[in-house]
Design a protein around this ligand. Structure first.
Ligand code: FE
Ligand code: FE
Ligand code: ZN
Length: 294
């Protein structure tokens, strides 16, 4: 069965319940949320997240929490050279993992970090140290920390599969660490997702192991392969293209892995209902953006 959804919001009075409702309105059977604004670390207490209400609604509509993904805020940098900021990142991420667990989700996506002082070797050590501490702080949890493949914008760590492998090895907690494979990011990082996803995934398997992939972010890209830009485009409207993204989405090795769209809004409107329909129907709609913006 295709497990597909999108990023949805978790805000207002309905919080997590609202996320479930939004996902269902797009015809999704999976979704991803930030536990608050992605650009800050202000978070509501767990008791105010409407988790019980979300649970009831999920089961009434036959959705599984196995297909719910949390995304950590992207301002968190485990590789910050300032030790106080690194300590804050670790304590905040610890709380995020606890929230993820309380929300019954099985994984939290994390941008590995940015090598601010440009020393990537040191950055990778700090990231691994940080992830290890967060895992120690949440020993009773089985939530996975899914390290995202990055576009390589600025000094982002995780642009290559080798860097992710290094972090995974240093953390040495195979049951608690996984990978979020982002199609826009890997394309922007220089991997040939457009022409040869099969060889990219075989390369990933040799370096990291495909068993580590716990979620896909399916996005087209506004930029050419290797641009290191990280600008998402709607499915079929970018440099990767519809047919190539469909090969990722329907790859037989990843049937059980959630596919999450993080494509941009069109004229202020979420594109996910239409994009998911277009993916399920397996036929590209060239005027999809016009349909969405109507
Ligand atoms: Fe991300
Ligand atoms: Fe992503
Ligand atoms: Zn991105």
């Amino acid at each position: 069965m295709l497990i597909i959804g999108s990023h949805v919001s978790m805000s207002g009075s309905n919080m997590y319940l609202g996320s479930v409702m939004e996902a269902l309105s797009y015809g999704s059977n999976a979704f991803m949320v930030y536990t608050g604004a992605p650009q800050n670390t202000i978070r509501k207490p767990i008791k105010d997240l409407m988790i019980e209400e979300a649970k009831v609604y999920m089961s009434e509509h036959g959705l599984s929490f196995d297909h719910v993904v949390v995304h950590a805020p992207y301002i968190i940098n485990l590789a910050n050279p300032d030790p106080e900021k690194r300590a804050f990142a670790i304590s905040f991420l610890t709380e995020e993992v606890k929230r993820t667990q309380a929300m019954q989700a099985k994984q939290i996506v994390l941008h590995p970090g940015s090598a601010v002082g440009k020393d990537r070797v040191q950055a990778i050590k700090w990231i691994a140290e940080g992830v290890k501490k967060v895992i120690e702080n949440t020993k009773d949890s089985n939530v996975k920390i899914a390290l995202e493949t990055m576009a390589g914008k600025g000094n982002e760590v995780g642009k290559t599969f080798e860097e992710l492998k290094e972090i995974i090895d240093l953390v040495n907690e195979p049951n608690r660490v996984s990978v979020c494979f982002d199609t826009c990011h890997t394309h922007d990082a220089g991997y040939d997702v457009k022409e040869n996803f099969q060889s990219v995934i075989e390369h990933f398997d040799q370096v990291v192991g495909t068993k580590y992939i716990s979620v896909f972010h399916v996005n087209d890209s506004k930029n050419i392969k290797g641009a290191s830009k990280d600008r998402h485009e709607n499915i079929g409207f970018g440099e990767i293209g519809y047919d190539s993204l469909l090969k990722v989405i329907y790859h037989p090795d990843f049937n059980d892995i959630p596919k999450i769209l993080e494509t941009p809004y069109v004229d202020g409107k979420p594109p996910y209902k239409e994009e998911i329909e277009m993916i399920r129907n397996k036929v590209f709609i060239p005027n999809l953006k016009d349909i969405i913006s109507q």
